[in-house]
Design a protein around this ligand. Sequence first.
Ligand code: ADP
Ligand code: MG
Length: 353
Amino acid sequence: MTTMTKTEGAPAPTGPEGFLSVRDLQVTFSTEDGPVKAVDGLSFDVQRGRTLGIVGESGSGKSVTNLTILGLHNPQSTTIDGEILFDGKELITATEKELEKLRGNRIAMIFQDPLTALSPFYTVGRQIAEPFMKHTGASKKAAWERAVEMLAKVGIPNPRERASDYPHQFSGGMRQRAMIAMALVCDPDLLIADEPTTALDVTVQAQILDLLQDLQQEFGSAIVFITHDLGVIADTADDIMVMYAGRAVERGTTDQVLRSPQHPYTWGLLNSMPRLDSDLSAPLAPIPGSPPSLLNPPTGCRFHPRCTFQDRVGGNRCATERPQLDVGRASACHLTPEQKRTVFIEEIKPRLG
Ligand code: ADP
Ligand code: MG
């Protein structure tokens, strides 16, 4: 861990401290080609009982953020600065032993591919029972009962019989449910879900999202839901943070971000989102260009090379000056609040239909 050197202004804190509070997080990988700053000054909060959706294109630093919270980076090649407070405890400086105790117990994770979490060699029931035994000291028999109960909770039919199956005997959607059962078996206070539904068909995606919501009601955990698809979290997240090239560009409640988005990148994401109510053959409008390399990211606003609103800001500001993300409902863009409002209402909204 090195001391922080700020070349550009750090973002302001996001408001009252959350159950999970991330402050000015910076994650840099040393690679053969040079340092890759995958996360550059990220701040956010999640409260108990709430779901934060983190959205952004592939490569925007979502998974790196997630793995940093979990303490899963290789310390040899990774430099981490900033603060991650979980229920008042600083995680960046925590020991591996302390983190191991938190992972799978108070902090749980689900990933896109259940096969990375489930071993092919053990029954599903055993894999759910084991973390429960490890973290609670329950007997083998009690833990097995708990595994059966969890499989029932996540909607696996005949859970008592299915607990003795191996992962390959489950369908993709059922494996995803089993992984959720495994993640939730210890009643975690924080659940981090990194694109957990991306590989599933739309119907199963919707079922899994419903399931997470029900379980959150029951367990009251804080959820961080990571996705590249704004549509996926529209019904599930309470709050949304939009990330681009390692930084947060917009945040607010889901309603605020979806109904009155303020950042040109968010406008682009919304415009490229398939809409259920529109003609399926209507062409989507992907954001022109592609996300930058983080080896040599653009100066100023990292989105400026792809942004069509630079001339309205004028004075080359977008290319030279980093836009700040204020506290609370905010967007990091040099357009004035008035411009953000009118451009969205007059030019963007009509296209969204
Ligand atoms: P995503 O938003 O798609 O989850 P990631 O967080 O996985 O994006 O990656 C963000 C950036 O960090 C990418 O440019 C990726 O190539 C880079 N990156 C991730 N892990 C490493 C690593 N271990 N070493 C070097 N670069 C990495
Ligand atoms: Mg990812």
